[in-house]
Design a protein around this ligand. Structure first.
Ligand code: BGC
Length: 727
């Protein structure tokens, strides 16, 4: 045994952590072959052409009565062959309803996807997925359009709340677990939006330009990990172009990478309105056109595809392959043998799952003077702003879940898509009052900073709830509204014990940070938001979340301080050059020597712990780290040891890559040990010429961190040069 960097290097215990995409069983394949042989050409063309579920302005398409009203989509089944329809619902935080006030279904909302990523906890993500999948099934759906894993390349992306942050390993792990949870209900989940749909402005006209190596080491790595971990039945190709070619007709993306290199066996569906051609899409690897007659300029599959096959422009085997992939997903995920059955939903139990998810997701960003957790006796609290008396904010667009009990802050202005903000009726005020008694808590809606400041001055503690709404189709700024900034400033001036609770889709800047004592990032808290926030404020649970996305100090720190695209010409095509390559998020700040406001992986806990043991072993491409954590406090805590790797030759100037983590629950004064295996891809570079992941044979550092900027132990390990067999 050799010792390096003060650490013992011993024999490896096994191989690396990666698992290839699981393939469907021989029995499933054989059922599909038999069914396919029995299908007519018309049935195949119908199976590859999706429909929308309600009338669309300017279109004469009439939805099938068999479609579920106000849902995302429907594909007719083939009753004579026992193939049920595909009933599709959005999305990642629960069963959504399309924007139409009359018939909305009320369902449980998880906290935002970014919040679930902030738990760094795959077991929780699985449970969260299993819960929303159960509601989907009980609502009669067999496809959930959930599994969004686009990287947060820009913290202003209006859909970051649906995704899982800026790091491929974290995002691919958490979203993969959520997908697996959804599919445990014998329905299909859909990873999306494949790929590089990393901002909303101009999403249908922009071209995301990036070289292959950088794409494979960033956004595409997140997708491949989500697919390996979750094994989703479907992939949704995105609206945007990549290197000038539309994602849904991009042969490199769909056929060379997804289906060939990764061996993805199931089907690619288009995003709603993302198809622009028949032959180019079919040949590039698109398998199903979604909501064709309603969203695309014309129906490109259906009869048009039939004609292209008849002339030989699209070979018959390609159409057969499309149908085969769809049927295979339906068979392998349980849709054929267990079509969805509408049934009752245990809302109380589901709300508890949403609450647990949120409790583990809230990130304590600042806690000066140990003000938090709040202690009950004699405390008087001013609760201010954010509609905290009514509910908690959620994100908008196709993913919006209409909550049980309705929108707590109804807006009757009838704004077209993405609609107006929905508040889940789980008001923090009610739960804070339950803790302290009604008379100890006062509420001010926060519209008048002077009135709020006065209330704050007369209370021992002030809690300001600050919100920023994010929604599909629009991007955000990093600043809270002027009104809220003024409110926080005024309240903090009046009461030196001011706490800010943020309900935002992602990072915001905090010009008022120094003047407040504590800050909690609660994301979009979901159906259990009120009790979850209260439990963290009062320390019934530890502050457990860690940032899945860096919080910059200002837009000046971003690769593109000015958002790409010309707001004056919203329909004009444009290109975003992703020159930062794989240096996304914290990797960009490292490379440019900038210190963010709060780094990736950061989050305070209420307890005290010590990492007391750290040992790295390496053998061939298998690097493993053993980590021991001791809880030094009298309270139960959650600690999340994070493993980072750094090899001198990483592409794009990347310094550290997250390579593993574990969310550990530690009872008072307990000890936990965990072994974290490093996926060898994280030690390698993707090589374009040979199309392989290659470890370059160098001395790499393997570090244990509390965040990306706080490494507590580092080992240097020599790695032999080698090619990996995973693509
Ligand atoms: C969104 C998808 C969604 C689909 C169906 C599109 O606008 O980009 O994420 O699944 O609509 O509602």
């Amino acid at each position: 045994m050799r010792r390096l960097g003060g650490l013992a290097l011993g024999a490896a215990l096994g191989i690396g952590a990666w698992a290839p995409v699981p393939q469907p069983s021989a029995a499933d394949q054989s059922w599909v072959s038999t069914t396919l042989r029995a299908m007519t050409q018309a049935e195949k063309l119908s199976l590859v052409t999706g429909q929308f579920t309600r009338r669309f302005p300017g279109r004469d398409f009439v939805p099938s009565p068999e479609a579920h009203a106000d849902s995302a989509g429907y594909v007719p089944g083939i009753p004579r062959l026992h193939v049920p329809p595909l009933w599709e619902t959005d999305a990642g935080i629960g069963v959504a309803s399309q924007v139409d006030a009359s018939t909305r279904r009320q369902r449980t909302a998880l906290p935002s996807g970014l919040a679930t990523a902030a738990t760094w906890n795959s077991a929780l993500a699985f449970k969260a997925g299993a819960m929303i999948g159960a509601e989907a099934r009980a609502s009669g759906f067999d496809v959930m359009l959930a599994g969004g894993v686009n990287l947060a390349r820009d913290p202003r992306n209006g859909r970051n709340f649906e995704y899982a942050g800026e790091d491929p390993w974290l995002a691919g792990t958490v979203v993969g677990a959520e997908i697996a949870g959804i599919q445990s209900n014998q329905i299909i989940a859909t990873t999306k939006h494949f790929a590089l749909n990393d901002q909303e402005f101009g999403r249908t006209v922009l071209s995301a330009d990036i070289n292959e190596v950088s794409a494979r080491e960033s956004d595409l790595l997140a997708f491949s990990l989500a697919i390996e971990n979750g094994n989703p039945g479907a992939v949704m190709c995105a609206y945007n172009r990549i290197n000038l070619v539309y994602a849904c007709q991009n042969d490199w993306l769909l056929t060379q990478v997804l289906k060939t290199a990764w061996h993805y066996p199931f089907f690619v569906m288009s995003d709603w309105g993302a198809v622009h051609a028949t032959t180019a899409s079919a040949l590039a690897g698109l398998d199903q056109e979604s909501a064709a007659a309603s969203f695309d300029t014309e129906v490109y599959f259906g009869e048009a595809l039939g004609r292209a096959v008849a002339t030989g422009e699209v070979p018959q085997p390609r159409l057969d392959d499309m149908a085969r992939r769809i049927l295979l997903a339906m068979k392998a995920k349980g849709v054929i043998d267990h079509p969805p059955t509408p049934g009752p939903i245990d809302f109380a139990a589901h709300e508890r799952i949403a609450q647990t998810d949120e409790e583990s997701a809230i990130v304590l960003l600042k806690n000066a003077k140990g003000l938090l957790p709040l202690r009950g006796r004699g405390l008087t609290v001013a609760v201010i702003g954010g509609h905290a008396d009514a509910g908690v904010l959620s994100g908008g667009g196709s993913a919006a879940v209409y909550p049980r009990g309705g929108n707590a802050v109804p807006d009757r202005s009838n704004v077209p898509f993405p609609g107006s903000p929905i508040y889940d009726p789980s008001p923090p005020l009610r739960f804070i009052m339950r803790k302290l008694g009604k008379s100890a808590v006062r509420y001010d809606e926060g519209t008048n900073p002077d009135a709020a400041a006065q209330l704050a001055a007369n209370s021992k503690v002030a809690i300001v709830f600050a919100t920023q709404w994010s929604a599909e189709s629009r991007d955000n700024s990093l600043t809270l509204s002027d009104r809220q900034t003024a409110l926080i400033t005024a309240v903090a001036k009046a009461n030196p014990r001011t706490i800010v609770v943020l309900e935002t889709g992602g990072p915001v800047v905090m010009p008022w940070l120094k003047s407040v004592v504590a800050v909690l990032e609660a994301w979009y808290p979901g159906s259990g938001g009120g009790p979850a926030i209260t439990n963290v404020l009062f320390g019934d649970v530890d502050a457990a979340g860690r940032l899945p996305i860096s919080f910059p100090r200002s837009t000046a720190q971003l690769p593109r301080p000015i958002s790409p695209g010309d707001a004056k010409r919203p329909g004009a095509m444009f290109t975003i050059r992703y020159f930062e390559g794989a240096a996304v998020g914290y990797k960009w700040y490292d490379r440019t020597h900038q210190v963010p406001l709060f780094p990736f992986g950061f989050g305070l806990s209420y307890g005290r712990d010590a990492f007391f043991h750290y040992r790295v072993t390496v053998d061939h491409d298998a690097v493993r780290a053993q980590v021991g954590v001791r809880n030094l406090s009298f309270r139960p805590i959650i600690e999340i040891p994070q493993l980072y790797v750094s090899c001198p030759g990483f592409d794009d100037g990347v310094v550290w890559r997250l390579a593993g983590f574990a969310a550990l629950r530690l009872p008072p004064h307990s000890v936990r040990q965990v072994t974290i295996a490093v996926d060898p891809r994280l030690l390698a570079n993707f090589r374009s010429a040979s199309q392989v992941w290659q470890i370059d044979g160098e001395a790499c550092r393997v570090a244990l961190g509390r965040s990306e900027r706080n490494m507590v132990a580092t080992a240097t390990v020599p790695l032999a040069s080698m090619r990996l067999d995973v693509k």
